[in-house]
Design a binder for this molecule. Structure first.
Ligand code: SF4
Length: 222
């Protein structure tokens, strides 16, 4: 992130303790629950990407051994391979996969973040935790001056972004809603639960990303 506003937000996020359950779990995983030898991040995981982004992608939360380990969203886990790999296929990422902070990953026109910025147990978040973290979601979207499309992954992210944008709608895969100058899109979350079961195929995922980027970059509009 390069803009001052995003940097300030990052600093604020890093010292956040609003959700004791999530802070305790993220820290515990980083100390006692490790699956990898390397040092874990174990703190809130701020968004990452292009400060001039036209497309924001919002997931659920950092994975305990993914973002919570590496300190960057969609980095070091299977979901991240779909997200970064898909962006790479569209020419929006310089790497096929994000492996660790400092790997040189650079996104073009895209910003990545999560609804909740601390890893939750069993990937399940509570309503009050989403509400707590919505302040950062709102500020992140506000801090991207060129933003045109927000692609949400899964129903929790969709509902959280819809609330931030003042939209009253229910999640469905492929939804596209205009909200003033922004467009809200939704997809099934490319988590192993959906990708390994065939609920979301690679081709479907690429089409969603391609559509979102075309809308964001002014290619065409449905
Ligand atoms: S989930 Fe968000 S609001 Fe809750 S402690 Fe982490 S950064 Fe703070």
């Amino acid at each position: 992130m390069s803009s001052g506003k995003l940097w300030e937000l990052r600093e604020e996020v890093l010292s956040c303790n609003l959700c004791p359950r999530l802070r305790a779990y993220s820290s515990w995983v980083a100390k006692e629950g490790k699956r990898f030898k390397e040092e874990y991040w174990g703190k809130p995981v701020p968004g990452f990407g292009d400060a001039e982004a036209k497309l924001a992608i919002v997931g659920l939360a950092p994975a305990a051994h993914g973002g919570n380990r590496t300190g960057r969203p969609f980095t070091g886990d299977e979901t991240g391979r779909w997200v970064i790999g898909g962006l790479y296929q569209l020419g929006l990422s310089n790497l096929k996969e994000g492996k660790f902070r400092g790997d040189g990953l650079a996104l073009r026109g895209v910003f990545l973040t999560n609804t909740v910025l601390c890893a939750p147990p069993q990937n399940r978040v509570r309503r009050e935790e989403v509400a707590n973290c919505s302040r950062y979601l709102r500020e992140t979207l506000r801090s991207l001056p060129k933003l045109r499309v927000v692609l949400t992954l899964g129903s929790v992210a969709f509902n959280a972004v819809a609330e931030v944008l003042g939209i009253d709608s229910k999640f469905a895969h492929g939804t596209l809603i205009h909200a003033g100058e922004l467009i809200l899109m939704s997809s099934y979350h490319p988590s192993p639960l959906n990708t390994r079961t065939g609920r979301l195929s690679w081709n479907q995922w690429i089409e969603i990303l391609r559509h979102a980027w075309k809308l964001a970059s002014g290619g065409y509009e449905d």
